[in-house]
Structures are given as C-alpha cells and as structure tokens.
Design a protein around this ligand. Structure first.
Ligand code: BGC
Length: 365
C-alpha cells in the first residue's frame, strides 16, 4: 500500500473549509467568482457556477444555491432579444457573431465582459445550468420560481436551435470543433429540463444521441472532439452526470480505462496535448474521476483520489485549479505564470467537485 500523503491542512476539516470558501465568495448578486485571487477569473461562469450550486444543494445550502440560480435566470431574462436573434440567424444559416450569442462568463453583476477578448461561444455551461437547476429543485424540494422556469425555457430553446454548431469546449479551446462532452451537457440539460417541466425536447435529445453514436466514437471510446481520437478527462461527464449512457456501459468503461491510463497519476490531466500552465494535474478532474468510481462501485479508487486532493490543499485549506506535477510540457509553465500569475488558488469549482466526491463516497468525512 502507498504511504499516506503528507497533509498541510487537516483533511477532516476540508469539507467545512470548502463550504466556507464558496459561501464567502458568493457575491451579493448570487454569482460565484471563479477564483478570488486570479484576475482573469474574476467572473462567474455558467459551468463553474452550476457545479458549485449543485455541491451546495448536496450539503443543504439551498438558499445560496437558489441565489445563484436566480442570478443566472436574470442574466438570461435580460437577453431575450439576443436569444431570438441567435435563433433566427442560426435558422437562416447566417454566421453568429460574438454579439449574437450568450457568453460563457459574466461579471458578478451579470454583464458581458467586453474589455478583453474571450472564447465566449461555449454551449456546455447552459446545458449544465439546466441540469443543476433540476437538481436544485429535486434536492431542495422547493418549487422553482416562475422567473427561473421562464429562463430555463429560453435556454432550452437556445440549445435546441444551436446544439449542432461548433463551439469552444469546456476548456475554452478548439472553437471550430464539435465536442462530445459539450453535446452530452446539452443532452443532459434538455432531458433534465423536460423532467422538470414536461416541456420535452425529444427531437433534439434523440438527434444528439444518434449524432454522438454515429460520429463521436473511435475504437469503442468517446473522442475528445470529432476527428481527434485522444481522450479528454471531461468525457467522464457524458455519463456522470449527464447520463447520455450509464457509467457501466462498455463505451464508458473503455473511455475511462483510457483516461486512467493516459491522464491519471495521482491527479488527473485534462488531455495529453494540454499546455495550459504546462498541462498539470487537475483537482476537479481527480474528484470527477472519483465521482465516476463511486457510481460504478469502486470506492477504494475514489478514496485514493480524495486523499490525493486533500494532500494538495495548502495551509489555509485552499485548493488550486491544477498542480504542476508531471507536466505535459515543462517549458509552458513559466510563460503562463508570467501572463496571468500563479495557478488560480483557491478555485471554487475545485472545492465544489471535492464536496461532490466526498458526498458520493460511502465513507463520510
Ligand atoms: C477552464 C474552464 C473554467 C474557467 C474558470 C478555465 O481555465 O478551462 O473550464 O470554466 O477556467 O474556472
């Protein structure tokens, strides 16, 4: 057995510290800053925020989660014309500009950040939001407000109209490609929305499934993007949580075997060619893989990943976005530090995934 890793922060306190950090960094608007100490991440992402809200719901922090969802619903409701324009242009086969699409991240008061250019066109976060909203209702047992439902409907319409457009992936890269992870997030979001409202979008969910089975596989595994046969750790989400297929489906098993072989060594890398901060090991992906292991009845593996995460917390109990160990490309670490500063720490999404993993493990903390 491997020796227990050294801990800088008492692991038994990391759940509470994670909850404290998340709640302390919720803006009065309800938005969650992605990281309070990393200027480039001083925004609220639909993707990060939705997982953070889900983690809060798992720990009965329903009010804070509801405040996030109200913020998100408000961002959407102020963009009805934009959504209609996007849908009309897409239906007419016209090119969508940055001004025609929902951005992936907003200022904490819900504005687009136009000061710097960004990979704004990402669809996965909106599917994730619908999924997290349905989970919020399920876990809180509270009905959603009419405003939330109205915005959910707008998002469902938006996704139905745009799902087959190439867009940036959940790592904000490869904007001219189609990503199975993104399509699964849209699928999971639309299915959740249908269960929530009975406003089913069967034609689109059926089309997404058929498309993915036809084009998204290579050698019996999900591909990073169409035509790129590498795996990406975000493919885990296709089953966990978006349930395009079950976690024990042979396609998921084979995909996860490859993720484990290529990307997992303590923590989990995003993909082999990743050079962001050199391409290190991500906390949130280690937790995600652990979440998957819990779902397929392998809690020992999940436990090891949790232990690895706990050993990465600093003296304050802060978790970074990634740990610069076993980098894919050593020479790419310093240039990113020079450009944006040290790795984002704490990253709220890392803490949220740690909370999710800990909740899924049979052995409580
Ligand atoms: C990650 C995104 C994330 C954002 C904010 C980016 O570097 O690739 O997945 O949403 O940071 O945390």
């Amino acid at each position: 057995m491997a020796p227990a890793p050294e801990m800088k922060f008492p692991p038994e306190n990391l759940v509470n510290r994670s909850l404290e950090l998340i709640l302390a960094n919720q803006s009065p608007s309800g938005a969650f800053i992605a990281s309070p100490n990393f200027p480039t991440y001083a925004f609220c992402w639909f993707r990060d925020g939705s997982y953070i809200a889900y983690a809060l719901d798992l720990y009965n922090q329903h009010d804070a989660s509801a405040r996030f969802h109200a913020w998100a619903a408000d961002v959407i409701s102020q963009r009805v014309e934009l959504i209609q324009r996007a849908l009309q242009k897409a239906a007419a086969g016209q090119l969508l500009s940055d001004a025609d699409i929902l951005h992936t991240r907003y200022t904490l008061t819900g504005q687009e950040n136009t000061a710097t250019s960004w990979e704004n066109f990402q669809l996965d976060g909106f599917g994730t939001w619908l999924w997290a909203l349905a989970e919020h209702q399920r876990l809180s047992q509270q009905p959603l407000s009419p405003a939330m439902l109205a915005s959910a409907r707008l998002v469902a319409d938006y996704l139905v109209g745009l799902w087959d457009h190439p867009c940036y992936d959940c790592w904000e890269e490869f904007g001219d490609q189609i990503h199975p992870h993104t399509l699964a997030a849209i699928y999971g979001g639309l299915v959740a929305y249908g269960q929530l409202t009975t406003d089913h979008r069967h034609a689109t969910t059926t089309a997404i499934r058929a498309f993915l089975y036809q084009k998204g596989l290579a050698a019996g595994r999900w591909q990073k993007f169409l035509g790129n046969h590498q795996v990406d750790a975000s493919l885990l989400a296709i089953s966990t949580p978006y349930r395009l297929l079950s976690p024990s489906d042979p396609i998921m098993i084979s995909t996860v075997q490859k993720i484990e072989a290529d990307l997992c060594a303590g923590g989990v890398k995003r993909y082999l060619a990743d050079t962001y901060y050199g391409g290190g090991r991500w906390i949130l992906l280690a937790a995600w893989l652990g979440w998957y292991w819990c779902e397929v009845g392998q809690p020992e593996k999940a436990h090891q990943l949790r232990q690895w995460i706990e050993a990465q917390a600093d003296e304050r109990g802060w978790l970074p976005e990634q740990v610069p160990l076993g980098l894919n490309n050593d020479s790419m670490f310093a240039p990113w530090v020079q450009r944006w500063g040290p790795v984002a720490t704490p990253l709220l999404w890392s803490h949220a995934e740690y909370l999710i993993l800990t909740k899924m493990l049979p052995e409580p903390r």
